[in-house]
Ligand binder design. Structure first.
Ligand code: TMP
Length: 214
């Protein structure tokens, strides 16, 4: 018996874009349509990856070199692919991941200013051609996002960055969406949650239908 490969869906967005509640919403939608979903996140998703996440988000290594930061993201990703993502997809399960490589282009490329070609080299090495089948980019103006995020807990090593950093992150994400518009769908996340979810529902319903009926 051959099992169809599962689908790989990622969700991206800046600070305060409502990623967590919308991820839970997408997971519910998929489960209701009968899809078996593995829900995971980056950086993290494995025991080793979560330790790398602590190094990346914590304040112990505040002045970490940007190449170190980039390579730690990809080290966590290599582990995540080998242990969680690829086995799940090969078993026909769908993977829903909170951030993936687009975040490396946006944060380490756009935000920190690392050459995109270097990130591409790591992407090719670690992923060997694997890309998400669908990426939802929750987009909203920086001010709105920071206002929302500001109401939450202690800021991590990225959240303490300046406004200009987040502007570069946002424009790098939007650039990716323009260049890869088939895969990356932009969701207007500045509107009330119910309207964000209406956009997501429409997209997800269509995506699931295409996978089922071609
Ligand atoms: P989050 O749980 O709020 O998404 O936190 C993860 C942080 O890590 C977020 O600030 C974005 C950042 N990040 C990168 O800088 N590069 C990456 O490749 C990934 C996956 C995340």
């Amino acid at each position: 018996m051959t099992v169809d490969k599962g689908k790989f869906i990622t969700v991206e967005g800046g600070e305060g874009a409502g990623k967590s509640s919308n991820l839970a919403f997408i997971r519910d939608l998929l489960e209701q349509s009968g899809v078996e979903v593995v829900f995971t996140r980056e950086p993290g998703g494995t025991a080793l990856g979560e330790e790398i996440r602590d190094l990346l988000l914590g304040h112990k290594h505040t002045g970490m070199a940007k190449d170190t930061e980039l390579m730690l993201m990809f080290a966590a990703r290599a582990e995540h692919l080998a242990r969680i993502i690829l086995p799940a997809l090969n078993a026909g399960k769908w993977v829903l991941c909170d951030r993936f490589t687009d975040a490396s282009y946006a944060y380490q490329g756009g935000g920190r200013g690392i050459e995109m070609a270097r990130i591409r080299a790591l992407e090719e090495w670690v992923q060997q051609g694997l890309k998400p089948d669908l990426t939802l980019l929750l987009d909203l103006p920086i001010e709105t996002g920071l206002d929302r995020a500001g109401q939450r807990s202690e800021p991590d090593r990225f959240e303490v960055e300046q406004h200009a950093f987040f502007e570069r992150v946002r424009s790098a994400y939007l650039d990716i969406a323009r260049r890869d518009s088939q895969r990356v769908r932009v969701i207007d996340a500045a509107v009330p949650l119910a309207q964000v979810q209406a956009q997501i529902r429409l997209l997800m319903d269509r995506f699931v239908q295409v996978q089922r009926h071609g």
